[in-house]
Design a protein around this ligand. Structure first.
Ligand code: SF4
Length: 355
């Protein structure tokens, strides 16, 4: 099976239009071709700078424009971040993601974040950051510091985007993704479902992601968390099957990517989460909060993964090349571990839709 970057929008729409069971069957077949079944990449996320963001993303409680009761926090000190990352590692985490509510990082802040990345990297953890827009030069600095992944979501289709954010353009986002890619980092990029967009917008979002010159290595599919005080607090309810469809289509279009079941998981039943995993989601954030919104507590996550016999995936560096991702017959990597032993973290502040 070829990995394609030449999908047409019509092809993507046809996938969305498939009967639900057929779509899931295809997605699971693709999943098993490229990934070890029953394993889950587990990331932890720490908000290193919370709130007071000048952007106007309509879903986000961290925007300074909305009265959400969120308490802002300045950039954390290096020691605090290292302490949290060390705790994450002791608990079994393999990737540590640092999120800061910036439009784009200022030079003095970037220097501090770079020190954090170096320190977290020295602990032997994979590193990921989400800091807003970055220039080519900033991306190169981050890459030189050892940053493995940079998260920057497209959120939705180019058309619908204008109804969600006015303070930066879709092209700004694409430019940041290009800068990240050219600096040699892995890209984490996805979107948010349930913001009042139409099926067409979901197809266009995935089409844009799947026709990037190189697919994002990580594709977070977030379900909107309605936060009182944000403009999308009254967004219409989302049909859960439409959410699962979106995951399945992402899996088929970008077979090598880790598709992350991200924000909104706290509002999902175990059964719906299992359906998302069946559709090809193989990455989650583990922790009690996702920036500022709820995430399932760690005990219920452990119980769910025990019930489903899911184990945590080791970091990419511990896997031998693509072997762990290339064969349906592949055995779980040697270092795969029960999720019960993985990161048990109390992540203080996590983002509504990042990652
Ligand atoms: S999503 Fe990010 S950029 Fe947008 S308001 Fe929230 S913190 Fe700021």
């Amino acid at each position: 099976m070829q990995v394609r970057s030449d999908w047409t929008l019509a092809e993507v729409q046809q996938l969305f239009a498939q009967p639900f069971m057929d779509l899931l069957f295809t997605a699971q077949q693709v999943h098993r071709r490229f990934h070890t079944p029953n394993t889950m990449q587990v990331s932890t996320l720490l908000s290193i700078k919370t709130g007071a963001c000048p952007e106007d993303c309509a879903y986000c409680p961290q925007s300074i424009r909305y009265e959400t009761g969120l308490e802002s926090e300045e950039l954390l000190e290096l020691d605090a971040v290292v302490e949290r990352a060390s705790a994450a590692k002791r608990a079994g985490a393999t990737r540590f993601c640092m999120g800061a509510a910036y439009r784009s990082p200022k030079p003095k802040d970037l220097r501090k974040v770079i020190a954090m990345i170096r320190a977290v990297k020295q602990l032997g953890l994979e590193t990921c950051a989400t800091l807003g827009m970055v220039s080519g030069e900033q991306a190169r600095e981050l890459a030189a510091a050892g940053l493995d992944y940079y998260n920057h979501n497209l959120d939705t289709s180019a058309d619908y985007y204008k109804k969600i954010i006015t303070t930066r353009t879709y092209q700004d986002r694409l430019d940041t993704l290009q800068a990240v890619r050219e600096a040699g980092m892995s890209v984490c990029c996805g979107g948010i479902i349930g913001m009042g967009e139409q099926a067409e917008d979901r197809a266009e979002l995935l089409h844009t992601l799947a026709t990037l010159p190189v697919h994002p290595e990580s594709v977070p599919i977030n379900q909107l968390v309605r936060v009182p005080g944000t403009p999308l607090n009254n967004a219409p309810p989302l049909d859960p099957f439409d959410f699962v469809r979106t995951i399945a289509v992402a899996r088929i279009l970008m077979p090598r990517a880790h598709v992350r079941l991200s924000a909104g998981r706290g509002e999902m039943s175990d059964e719906l989460q299992a359906l998302c995993f069946l559709a090809g989601a193989n990455s989650i954030f583990y922790g009690e909060k996702l920036l500022t919104t709820g995430n399932p507590d760690t005990a219920s996550d452990r119980a769910l993964f025990d019930r489903l016999r899911i184990v945590a995936e080791p970091p990419a560096s511990a896997q031998s090349g693509a072997s762990a991702q290339s064969s349906a017959a592949a055995q779980p990597p040697a270092a795969a571990q029960p999720l019960a032993a993985a990161a048990v973290l109390s992540i203080a502040k996590h983002g509504a839709a990042m990652g």
